[in-house]
Design a protein around this ligand. Sequence first.
Ligand SMILES: *Cc1c(COP(=O)(O)O)cnc(C)c1O
Length: 475
Amino acid sequence: MTKSQITARNDPDMTTSPDRYISTRGDAAPTRFSDALLRGIAPDGGLYMPQAWPAMPADATRPGRGYAEIAKTAMAPFIGDSLPPGALDRALDRLTKGFDHPLVTPLIELEPGLFVLELFHGPTAAFKDLAMQLVAALSDEALAATGETLTLLTATSGDTGAAAVRAFAGAKRIKLIVLHPLDRVSAVQRKQMTTVQADNVLNLAVRGDFDDCQRLVKGLLAEESLREQGRLSSVNSINWGRLAGQIPYYVSATAQLGQAATFVVPTGNFGDAFAGIAARKMGLPAAGFVAAVNQNDALARAINDGVYARRPAVESGSVSMDVQAPSNFERLVYEVSGRDAEATRAVFETFAREGSVTLPADLLDALRAEVSAVSVDEATTRAEIAHAHAAWGRIVCPHTAVALAAARRLDRNGAPIVALSTAHPSKFGAFVSDVIGVEPEPAPVIRALGDRPERLTVIENTPEAALAAVKGFAV
Ligand SMILES: *Cc1c(COP(=O)(O)O)cnc(C)c1O
């Protein structure tokens, strides 16, 4: 076990270890990686965090290491001995085979000192593939070890469901049920979910909107009769496995660059950005982190003005970032408060109750030392798509444009700047072509969808209809 300089306050008597997980709310017994992975959320309502940050070996960013090798070094300490031998190797092998670039996440120079890290070479052409592929493979391994089964439920407005379906299709011990709003996801997103011919996946198209889907999932997760079959959980961005699976590409980017970078991360639930901060805690050289949000700017207001307040989310071109209560912000608050579960609980319980909380001054200073935040409005996002096309001959998705707009505001005399490019532009072709008058070339994985037959079940927007559909499938 790796001892750590950090002592988790809610667990003072135990040796701290990166393969033991504690809750940001301080009231959950330390548990293993496999359990944190399969549960998702901690039993006290908090988010799992490793008790300690493992130290990254000094040669982690040595040039020439492949993605799988980098990822193994970065992730193995979090897993410990909680999965069957070879599980991580098998998961990484599957991940890299599903990507259509030999570097997996290539770094591209746009102009001197400004780079994009392409995270969209996977099966659904968006960055969620990187973590979701690993979470699916590792969850199946964890269940094989205990003989259990798992039913996963998720509501999606498009991207998460697509990445989940691709990742979990064919898993032996997991059933995946995805609820999307009928006729309110793009044709590409729908096909990415419905053309997968796997018996362990059920696509439900709800006659309602995304919020209705979320409400139905919440109700189903509380349904005791569904638990009799086995474990019941949700695929969402608070799963520690998702976070762990996003750490390697920060290491890969730094290795490709050969020096420390400032990372500009297009941000919704703050999972992607927190993974970068975790990499730095492990010793990755990084000059800084900038969270770039769209017009849904709760995170930017919290960090810049010191008040974390909820407002209704507004629809944006960068739709996967339309989040007004970023779930992983809790992990950052916990970390920078010196892992003070009581202080963390106070912030998020007040936020949940009042819809708004003023952050204490010392906490705010500590937050600002880790990350700065920039909000980019719709007009600027569109202008950035046009700029990228005119200046670099490059078509970018709206999420990438938010990051690039924030990146170009930074002082260019410091470390090189790496903007994370989270989706292939053809996933958001209509928005992009409306700006530049050019339809992006489809990504190969999108072209391959073609006219394959689709499988989906349309249901009414009622708890009874959802439960009947799930029971018909899960039993
Ligand atoms: C999910 C998503 C994001 C935001 O990532 P978070 O981890 O939620 O901050 C950005 N871009 C795209 C394309 C996404 O799908």
